[in-house]
Design a protein around this ligand. Structure first.
Ligand SMILES: [Zn+2]
Length: 312
């Protein structure tokens, strides 16, 4: 069976995924990333991981796509900036891996690959204009328009997490204020809860006086904790502003929320729908579909499927 390979290089694990063109996962394997050992050791480990996966499958993938969080230059095949993989910045990752494995390699931002997964796997290529928003620690974005991945002039297109959605809002890790990520990423959610606890000193909440994670906030909200529900509503409002702006910019048919935090769809999707529904300019909003991805591994699977693209 023919398959493509996606390599998801995070700060902790390097994960390889073999998937068919339709997105069926055939095999997965991972090893610790260990960036401190240097880029050359990383290439050797990645090549060994790929060969191990392929020997288990009894086949060879024609291509491979590496998905990395951060600012990636897909044309030069280098990482421009990645907080998880600082020591690899500037290293010719794509060319080195291509040499080590004797086949074509693509290198892309992980949220762009999640968008490809949303387009090619989640929506089965039936919707040519798709945007993805990945909700995790940060907020990433990706765009597929007319069935093609949009990378922009420097490979940095679709960094939706750094669109300004609140004037003078919360500080973002990028140095600016009011970015979508600062209000809708996991640290935005935590900040929102802390602000609400301070704003409403008499409000009862299981989150008061406790160390809490985004998962705790979701669980509290699911159990009816009013303050936790309000925090998610505020996240939904920030996402709503972002989505409305994205719709005016790109006129997508579908916006797919993916990533770990996206699972709490019931807690924020209503606010995004309200924001889209409140626009009186109906044309681009009438046919818009908002959804939460059914699977959590869209980035890795998207990369494996993208590796099969001829111009990937
Ligand atoms: Zn930012």
């Amino acid at each position: 069976m023919s398959f493509g390979l996606g390599l998801d290089a995070g700060g902790t694990f390097l994960k390889a995924t073999a998937a068919t063109g339709g997105g069926k996962v055939l095999a997965e394997a991972s090893v610790p990333t260990r960036p401190e050992r240097g880029a050359r050791a990383f290439i050797a480990e990645a090549a060994a991981l790929v060969k191990r996966l392929e020997s288990g499958l009894g086949g060879r993938a024609p291509g491979l796509c590496v998905a990395i969080a951060g600012d990636v230059d897909p044309r030069a095949g280098r990482i421009r900036r990645s907080p998880n993989l600082l020591s690899f910045e500037g290293f010719p990752l794509r060319a080195s891996l291509s040499r080590a494995l004797g086949r074509r390699v693509a290198l892309h931002n992980d949220a762009n690959m999640a968008a490809w997964g949303a387009y090619a796997v989640e929506l089965r290529r039936r919707v040519p204009d798709v945007l993805a928003l990945t909700l995790g620690t940060g907020v990433g974005g990706g765009a597929v328009l007319g069935g093609r991945l949009v990378v922009g002039s420097t490979g940095t297109a679709a960094e939706f997490g750094h669109m300004r959605v609140v004037a003078g809002g919360y500080p973002c890790r990028c140095g600016a204020r009011g970015c979508l990520e600062a209000h809708a990423g996991s640290y935005g959610l935590e900040r929102t809860v802390r602000d609400l606890l301070a704003e409403r000193p008499r409000a009862r909440s299981r989150l008061r006086g406790a160390a809490f994670t985004p998962k705790d906030v979701s669980e509290a909200a699911e159990r009816g904790d009013a303050l936790a529900r309000e925090a998610w509503r505020r996240v939904g409002k920030a996402l709503g502003i972002g989505v409305v702006n994205l719709v005016y910019a790109f006129n997508p048919r579908a916006v797919v929320f993916c990533g770990g935090l996206s699972r709490a769809g019931r807690l924020y999707l209503g606010e995004v729908e309200n924001a889209a529904g409140a626009e009186s300019f109906r044309g681009p909003f009438g046919s818009l579909r908002l959804s939460v991805a059914r699977r959590l591994d869209l980035g890795a699977v998207g990369a494996a499927v993208y590796a099969l693209e001829r111009d990937g």
